[in-house]
Every structure is written in C-alpha cells, then in structure tokens.
Design a protein around this ligand. Structure first.
Ligand SMILES: Cc1ncc(COP(=O)(O)O)c(C=O)c1O
Length: 461
C-alpha cells in the first residue's frame, strides 16, 4: 500500500542556525563500535553522523521556544511558567490537573505507585519498556491486549494500535475489575512501529471500561501523531483539525503520562495529568519525594515554558503533516529498495524487520542488535534495537521473545532534511546487499534493568 500524500509537503519553517555534522572513516567507526560493545546506546554522539537513535529529546526547538526559555521564572515555588504550562495542558488536552515531571518515566513511577497494588493486572496495547517496568516494580503484571495484526510486520491494517476488545472482556471476566486498576493505552504505539489506535476503538474501550468502573490511563507521548493518522484514515475525521482530534482522544481517557520529549518538541520534560482529584492530591504529595515540588517536578522554569509553547506547535496541522511526511518519504524509499519494514509506515520512524533482513540469524543471535551495529559501521548512522534485547526478562528470569524483532530508525522532529533521508535509505541498502555475510552477536554483559541501554556484546565467529 503506497501511503504517498496527494501533494508534496514542505517543512513549515526555515532554518536560522545549523549544527555541523562529523563525518567518520570506516576505521574510526569500527573502533567506536567495538568500544561501545556493539550497543548503539554506548556510542559517543560525536562519533555519529545522522542520529536516529531516538526521537526523544532530540527535536529542534523553534525561535519562539528559545525566546520562552529566556522568560524562565526560576522560582522554587509557584513559577509563572508552571501556571502557563498548566493552562496549556487544560486548553490543548483537556485534562483537569497536571504535575510536571523531569520526563515520562517520572510520571509513570508516581502513577504506578499510586494506582497499582501487588497482584494487579494492567492490560495495555503493547508494552513499553519503562512503562511496564514501573508497573512491575509496583507489584503489577502487564497483559498485552493489542490486536494480533500489531504483531505482524506485513499486515497493513490502518489501526494496528487498536485494542482487542474481546480479549479485554475475557481478561476482566477472568480476574475481576477490582484487580485491574487501569487500562494502559498508548497513542501511536511505539513498540508496534508507531501504529495508531482508532477513535472508534477508543470509544468502544471507553464504553466497556465505564461499565466496569475501570480507568483508562493514556500514554500520550505521541498523541498528535496518532491524531494525524485518524484525520487521514478514519471516516468522519478528514475535516477535523489535529488539535480537535487530540482533544477528543484525551476526552476518552481519565488521565495521562507524557514524555514531552517527543510530540511536545522539547529536549527535556514531561507530566502526569489526571481528572480525578484524589489521585491528583496523592500524586502532588508523592512528586515531592521523587521529582521536586509540584510546581516544578524536576524542571527549570524555562523548561516548562518551552514545553508550554512546544505543545501548541505540536498540534499544528502543517507541522504534523511535514513531520509524518518525512517519515513516509524515507519508508517508501526503503520499500522501493526491497528492504523489509513494518507496514503501514508509522508516525515517528521506520522499523526495519530484522528477522526478515537477516533470516539466517536466530533471535538468540540478536538480529536487530546486529543490524543496528552494521548500519552504523556502514555510514555512521545510529539506530536502535527494538527486539529481544529491549524486551528483557520475565520475573522468573526467562527471556521475553517478542514476535517483532525490529531496528528503529527514529526521525527527530525538525532536525534533518529530505537529503538525509536519501542517504539513510542508501546506507541501509548497502547493508542489505551484503546481508548474507553478516554474523550475529553474543551478549557479554547484561544489566538488571532495561538492559538494552547498557548491555554489551561481541561478534559471533
Ligand atoms: C511510548 C513511550 N512511553 C514512555 C516513554 C518514557 O518517556 P521518557 O523517556 O521521557 O522517560 C517513552 C520514551 O521513549 C515512550 O516512547
């Protein structure tokens, strides 16, 4: 399925300042990769040419955001930037109460501690690494209720972030609603390849959870990107603005955790938002222990101001059209080259199917980790593993073996040009052409938590 937009898009901004990139030689890259233990997270960023490790905290801020930084009110308590941010969260997303946190996982920690009891079940539309870990550390167990299509990279269903309502109904019948503190719903499901949930599915979910008195907590890290896909693909939404759709999505949920480092175009920041006063009151108290006072939550006043302005820019139709247009441009180039990627093309990056790219490697030889290392060796482009390494281990010590074994080529917002996209696709093609000669990896160091960040590997002979 070609997703090409009918008309060309262009970035709705012009460039005022540039940062020079460092080009490296094959010898320098080989040395750097060995020193990094074949883990792209352990590379020094100055050894990277095009950095697609993540879209988190890597966006280019606008001149308005930088001007906002200069208006930081660095008071310990009651900074005016906090009140500005609180108002923007109410206006743009519609949530009643908001507590800033240093980033998304700060909000996940507080929320999990408040809502989850030992033995609880938290159903969700595919796990996310930090979200699930906080749920587990609070004594809960995550249950995947995403539709089966999400686990199939070739399936072109337009809303692969949808919840399987039947699966959830059975889960509620099995455990009882009192064991389910909330349903954990991500918009633009990261681990599925940036796939959206439809408004219709969200509304069905709202109906079911209201019947059982279960909350929906929204991981709204990429809600604007999800809203764009609803606008493009869902009946009845083509005349609505992204901002209107974002608000409608949020209105179907009871609260949210936000990593503002993605959609909201800032380099640091996040928040917890909630409509329920009691949960808010507890969170307001708890944030003091882990993040800072409830009017700064680990952030400087200037960070909150940049976030408030970035949220407004993130729901602009022209911005989001160009942002996703660039991702689709890269994805279609890769498809034309015959490179196996997750389809349909998602919102924040291209997810290359490492199982299909390197079919001769078993999951125990870490195909996605291997492929990320090979792309770096080819051109200095940094990507990341989203497969067996990221999935980690179960409480009993066994590895999770996710169906999806992917390399994520994540596109930072407003940072790279279309010419960079061409170079990325061509480097991946070069690796694809020599794929049969590529050998896998062996893990030689494994940290206890979120191992993908710091694990080390060596080449299998
Ligand atoms: C879907 C999703 N949820 C939560 C987080 C965690 O946010 P942070 O990295 O700001 O702690 C991320 C970050 O990558 C994410 O992609």
């Amino acid at each position: 399925m070609k997703q090409q937009m009918k008309w060309s898009w262009a970035e709705p901004y012009k460039i005022k300042m540039v940062e020079l990139l460092k080009m490296t030689t094959p010898g320098q890259r080989k040395k750097a990769m060995q020193e990094a233990g074949f883990n792209t997270f352990l590379l020094k960023s100055e050894d990277v040419y095009i950095d697609l490790l993540t879209d988190s905290g890597t966006s280019a801020m606008s001149d308005r955001q930088w001007a906002g930084m200069m208006m930081g009110d660095e008071a310990y308590a009651g900074s005016r930037n906090f009140y500005h941010l609180e108002q923007v969260v109410r206006d743009v997303y519609g949530y009643k109460y908001m507590i800033p946190t240093h980033q998304g996982r700060g909000a996940e920690n507080i929320l999990s501690k408040i809502l989850i009891k030992k033995g609880d079940i938290i159903p969700g539309n595919m796990y996310f690494t930090t979200t699930r870990l906080h749920q587990e550390l609070a004594g809960g167990r995550f249950e995947d209720i995403i539709i089966d299509e999400a686990h199939d990279p070739e399936n072109e269903f337009p809303f692969k972030g949808n919840v399987n309502i039947e699966k959830l109904t059975k889960l509620i019948a099995k455990h009882g609603a009192e064991k389910i503190p909330y349903i954990s719903i991500a918009t633009s499901v990261n681990m599925a390849g940036g796939q959206p949930i439809s408004m219709q599915n969200l509304k069905e979910l709202r109906k079911l959870t209201t019947k059982h008195g279960i909350r929906i907590i929204h991981d709204m890290t990429r809600v604007a990107e999800n809203a764009f896909f609803i606008q493009q693909r869902e009946k009845g939404y083509d005349k609505k603005s992204v901002a209107e759709i974002v608000k409608e999505i949020c209105s179907c949920t009871d609260g949210a955790t936000m990593s503002a480092k993605k959609d909201a175009l800032v380099n640091i920041g996040g928040f917890l938002a909630i409509n329920d006063w009691d949960v808010f009151e507890e969170a307001r108290n708890m944030v003091v222990v882990y993040e800072g006072l409830h009017t700064y939550g680990g952030l400087a006043g200037r960070d909150m101001e940049a976030m408030a302005i970035g949220i407004g820019e993130s729901v602009d139709d022209n911005h989001i059209k160009a942002r996703i247009g660039q991702v689709i441009y890269l994805g279609e180039k890769m498809i034309d080259f015959g490179i196996p990627i997750v389809k349909p093309i998602g919102g924040h990056g291209i997810f290359v199917d490492a199982k299909k790219f390197l079919p001769h490697l078993s999951q125990d030889a870490f195909p996605a980790q291997t492929l990320a290392a090979e792309v770096y060796l080819d051109s200095g482009i940094r990507t990341m593993e989203r497969g067996v390494v990221s999935a980690g281990r179960k409480a009993n010590g066994e590895n999770y073996y996710p169906k999806l074994e992917l390399v994520r080529f994540t596109i930072p917002r407003r940072v790279y040009t279309q010419a960079h996209m061409d170079v990325i696709a061509e480097s991946t093609l070069r690796v694809f052409e020599r794929r049969n000669k590529i050998k896998g990896l062996e893990m030689v160091y494994e940290p206890k938590y979120l191992r993908f960040f710091q694990a080390r590997f060596k080449k299998l002979q």
